[in-house]
Design a protein around this ligand. Structure first.
Ligand code: MLT
Length: 264
C-alpha cells in the first residue's frame, strides 16, 4: 500500500507492505522508494516492508535549504513511530541511504536490530568533493535536475547493465529528472558536511550485511570490504554484474544474500 502520512508537518509518501518484522528500505540520491520495487515485492511476503521517500524526494514534501544525514535519520524514527512500527527493525540503505544508516545506528540504537549497507561509504567527502557538491547545489537550484543526471548517470551502472538493460537506466534517469531540485540541493549540502564514521565502526556490534556491486565505481568493493572488516559483526557480499545500483541491477542475487543474512 502506498500511503501518505503527515509527521511533524512533513507529508511523507511511503510504501508499507506485508506484515512481520520490519525492514526499512532507504533510497539513494537523488531517487525515491521506487528503486526498491524488487525488494518490496520479495520481502513483503515475509516482513513488513516500509520504504519511504526521504524529505523532499519523490512524493514527500518538506525540502529545506540543507538536510543533514542526522535529520533524515531522525525523520525516519518519527515516521516509524507514526506508522506504529515494531522495534527493532532491519535498516537497509543504499549509498546516501547508507550515510543515513550510520546516523540511524549511532543516534537510535534501540530501533536497530540489523543493518544492511548497499553501495555506500563510511568516510566523509574530501574538501574538493564537498566543494563540488556545494557548486552543484547552486547549479541545480537554478537549472533543475538535468546537470545532476548528466554527471551521475554514467557512474551508476555496470557496463553490462547499460548495454543490456536500457529500460533500467531510463527508469532511473526519469526518477532523477522528476526530483525536486530543492531536495537535490539540500541533500548535496547535507552530504558535503556528513561526518566520517570510520572511528565508530569497531563499536557497531549490530549484525551487519555489507553489499557492493562488483563494478561500483562510486563506493568500490575494496573500500567497502575495508569498512566491513573494521566492523565486529559484519559480513560482506559482492554482487555480480552490478555497479552502484546493485539492488536494481541484480535483484535476485541481492535478495538471496539478504535472505541468507536474515537467516532464511
Ligand atoms: C547515492 O547514490 O546516493 C550517491 O552516489 C551518494 C553520493 O553522492 O555520495
Amino acid at each position: 500500500m502506498l500511503r501518505t502520512i503527515e509527521v511533524s508537518g512533513v507529508r511523507f509518501r511511503v510504501a508499507d507492505e506485508g506484515s512481520g518484522p520490519v525492514i526499512l528500505l532507504v533510497h539513494g540520491f537523488p531517487l525515491d522508494h521506487t528503486m526498491w520495487s524488487s525488494q518490496i515485492e520479495e520481502f513483503s511476503k515475509t516482513n513488513r516492508v516500509i520504504a519511504p521517500d526521504l524529505r523532499g524526494f519523490g512524493g514527500t514534501d518538506g525540502a529545506l535549504y540543507s538536510v543533514s544525514m542526522e535529520q533524515y535519520a531522525d525523520d525516519l524514527v518519527a515516521l516509524l513511530e507514526a506508522l506504529h512500527a515494531d522495534k527493532p527493525i532491519t535498516f537497509c540503505g543504499l549509498s546516501m541511504g547508507g550515510y543515513v544508516g550510520w546516523q540511524f545506528a549511532l543516534r537510535h540504537p534501540k530501533w536497530l536490530g540489523r543493518l544492511i549497507l548497499c553501495d555506500t561509504r563510511s568516510v566523509a567527502d574530501s574538501a574538493e568533493a564537498a566543494s563540488n557538491r556545494l557548486k552543484m547545489a547552486e547549479i541545480v537550484t537554478k537549472e533543475g535536475p538535468e546537470p545532476i543526471a548528466w554527471t551521475m548517470m554514467p557512474k551508476l551502472f555496470a557496463p553490462t547493465t547499460s548495454e543490456r538493460r536500457p529500460e533500467l537506466t531510463e527508469q532511473i534517469r526519469r526518477t532523477v529528472l522528476a526530483t525536486n531540485p530543492i531536495a537535490i540541493a539540500a541533500a548535496h549540502r547535507g552530504m558535503a558536511v556528513r561526518p566520517d564514521v570510520s572511528s565508530f565502526l569497531p563499536t557497531l556490534h549490530v549484525p551487519t550485511l555489507v553489499i557492493v556491486g562488483e563494478y561500483d565505481v562510486i563506493s568500490p568493493p575494496a573500500e567497502m570490504k575495508a569498512f566491513s572488516d573494521a566492523m565486529p559483526n559484519a559480513r560482506f557480499a559482492v554482487i555480480s554484474n552490478a555497479g552502484h545500483m546493485a539492488p536494481i541491477e541484480n535483484p535476485s542475487e541481492v535478495n538471496q544474500v539478504i535472505h541468507e543474512f536474515l537467516g532464511r
